[in-house]
Design a protein around this ligand. Structure first.
Ligand SMILES: [Zn+2]
Length: 177
């Protein structure tokens, strides 16, 4: 069975983005806890989580030796910068598994929340502002979710109203894949 490793993106001294009086690090930690609890409650699956104070570089070192190429590395982020909607990021040389799982997550969450799927919902890392993402490097199934825009009031109101449903969808898709 594949291991499921869920990272809350930023952590510790790295807060990530902020907006609408939210901090990305704290939102991601909360959503991760919701997903971990759903995996346990619905499927009796124990996801692996990195320590909450870890920054990305700490997480990448923490991960070393803990997983193999078929395990799922799922990283949670929020977008910022004036847009709206949901998307998943996959490596430039993505696997069919990475693309299909990402599309399923985006499609189902978009159906629940009415969030727009940005550029179809799944994009390669070279289409992101940073071009290269450390999270895409480990030899595993690498998926990075940008839940919605932290600086968009409506995105965040919809998120708050649906976060348990969103966590259930992610848990179900991660488990069924
Ligand atoms: Zn982020």
């Amino acid at each position: 069975m594949r291991k499921i490793i869920i990272s809350a993106g930023h952590g510790g001294t790295d807060p990530g983005a902020s907006g609408n009086s939210y901090i990305e690090r704290d939102l991601a930690l909360e959503l991760r806890t919701l997903i971990v609890n759903q995996l346990k409650t619905l499927y009796n699956v124990d996801a692996l989580i990195d320590p909450p104070q870890n920054k990305l570089t700490d997480t990448l070192s923490w991960l070393r030796g803990k997983f193999g190429s078929t395990d799922i590395l799922f990283d949670i982020h929020w977008n910022a910068g004036g847009g709206t909607g949901i998307e998943c990021i996959v490596p430039d040389q993505s696997s069919q598994f990475e693309r299909t799982l990402s599309q399923a997550i985006v499609d189902r969450i978009s159906a629940l929340t009415t969030w727009k799927k940005r550029a179809g919902g799944v994009k390669p890392e070279s289409d992101t502002a940073r071009k290269k993402l450390g999270w895409m490097r480990p030899n595993a199934e690498n998926i990075l979710l940008e839940v919605c825009f932290i600086d968009n009031k409506l995105d965040m109101a919809i998120y708050q109203a649906n976060k348990v449903g969103i966590a259930k969808i992610i848990a179900e898709v991660l488990y069924k894949f």
